[in-house]
Design a protein around this ligand. Structure first.
Ligand SMILES: [Zn+2]
Length: 417
């Protein structure tokens, strides 16, 4: 059975969209529904590509608003790490389900995640219907026992994610947390293992000046160069933040085809001191994405909110209102400026990952839709979310929301007690 969306606007004209086997089979003014099609009446909406959240820690929804307004290390040491010590695998399942609901409601169709118990996150993604690149965060102190434990954790995570990866919507990766929490020896092992298993890499990079200074003091190299020496920079790598990257590092990332996921809301909330140098990165040809970061450092997963902050923060930092026009900011947020992020488009042959936004919502009337989606709207304009041809929300209704909210509330209360 096909799914057909009728009467939606695409680039200003009314079209139908036919979906077969999770792929857009046809799109255009002549596409109509036939007898046994499942039909979504798209009148009053525009069909647009879904958002791709390029950096998050989904299950941290359970820690939303837990320890706000604290310096980073105080927050980690006194709040997050003690709470995470109590984390059970099922907490990650329900925290990720909560995150998926928030993402579906705000038009995100795919996300890049780094969190504990990734097989539970995979189960949640499978049940929720989204797509995700998933990985366990890897840490070690450089001690031989810690290095062995990291290797076991990494291999176990790949084995646990493999069955979900075979099912199609989940992609496995390895996620060394950062250069300041993983020893160079382990970074090298992760680089070789990612290559051997042909999986992606997801890490934090150049988030703070201290990270850069400490890395130079310890290794004589800046973090980007260290990652490259360890074989971690390639076209299947996503590095989050990148606030303190310099011009030669941007050239290196462009050469390697490595994606930078900028996370401006998290960076400003944690006051890291500098915006990601978007203008220079874009000019250098670095693949780019936009991430929210986790719910405890944002505290929202609404990419429509973050794309506005992204555009405004970049204009402000560069003293240039012409930098990063709305359509380009949307392309970054939709994952269309990185082949690894797999941003979709509403075209024949593309994966059926799209959303319908209500064009009658007051905040998108009147004017240019792209500009309104960036500067005026938030995720509440999303009416319908479709991933791999499956309708995850329509009329803003998602099945089973109350059960997820109840479970998440109870688990968050236990963890943050
Ligand atoms: Zn992060």
């Amino acid at each position: 059975m096909s799914l057909v969306v009728t009467g939606a606007l695409l680039d200003g004209r009314e079209v139908g969209v036919r979906v077969d086997d999770g792929v857009i089979a046809d799109v255009g003014p002549d596409v109509i529904s036939l007898g046994d099609d499942a039909v979504i009446d798209g009148r009053g909406t525009a069909v647009v590509p879904g958002m791709v959240n390029a950096h998050t820690h989904a299950a941290m929804t359970l820690f939303r608003s837990f320890g706000d307004d604290l310096p980073l290390m105080t927050w980690l040491r006194t709040k997050i790490w003690p709470a995470e010590a109590k984390l059970e695998p099922a907490d990650v399942y329900w925290g990720t389900r909560l995150a998926c609901i928030e993402m579906i409601r705000s038009g995100t169709t795919r996300f890049v995640d780094m969190y504990w118990h990734p097989a539970e996150a995979a189960r949640a993604v499978a049940d929720a219907g989204l797509r995700a690149i998933l990985a366990a965060p890897l840490f070690d102190s450089g001690e031989p026992a810690a290095k062995r434990a990291l290797e076991e954790d990494a291999l176990r995570s790949l084995a646990e994610l493999a069955p979900f990866a075979h099912a199609g919507r989940v992609v496995a990766a390895l996620a060394p947390h950062a250069v300041y929490t993983v020893s160079p020896g382990s970074l090298e092992w992760i680089g070789a293992t990612a290559a051997e298993h042909d999986v992606g890499v997801h890490t934090h990079l150049a988030e703070t000046r201290k990270e850069v200074d400490d890395c130079v003091a310890a290794t004589g190299m800046r973090p980007c160069e260290l990652l490259d020496r360890c074989g971690l920079l390639g076209p299947k790598t996503v590095v989050a933040h990148g606030c303190w990257l310099e011009a030669d590092e941007l050239d290196l990332l462009a050469e390697r085809g490595t994606t930078v996921a900028t996370a401006p809301v998290s960076n400003m909330k944690l006051a890291v001191g500098r915006q990601f140098p978007y203008g220079e990165a874009s000019a250098a040809g670095v693949p780019l994405g936009l991430g929210t970061d986790g719910s405890s450092s944002n505290n929202s997963l609404d990419m429509f909110s973050d794309v506005k902050v992204f555009a405004l923060a970049q204009k402000f930092a560069a003293d240039d209102p012409a930098l990063l026009p709305a359509a380009e900011a949307l392309a970054v947020a939709r994952g269309q400026r990185s082949s690894w992020l797999g941003g979709s488009s509403v075209t024949i042959g593309a994966p059926a990952d799209f959303v319908l936004v209500r064009v009658g919502s007051p905040e998108v009337v009147p004017g240019d839709l792209d500009a309104n989606l960036v500067y005026a709207a938030n995720g509440s304009v999303v009416d319908t979310t479709v991933v791999a041809g499956k309708v995850l929300m329509t009329g803003r209704h998602i099945d089973g929301v109350d059960d997820v909210l109840d479970e998440a509330r109870g688990r968050a209360a236990r963890l943050t007690r």
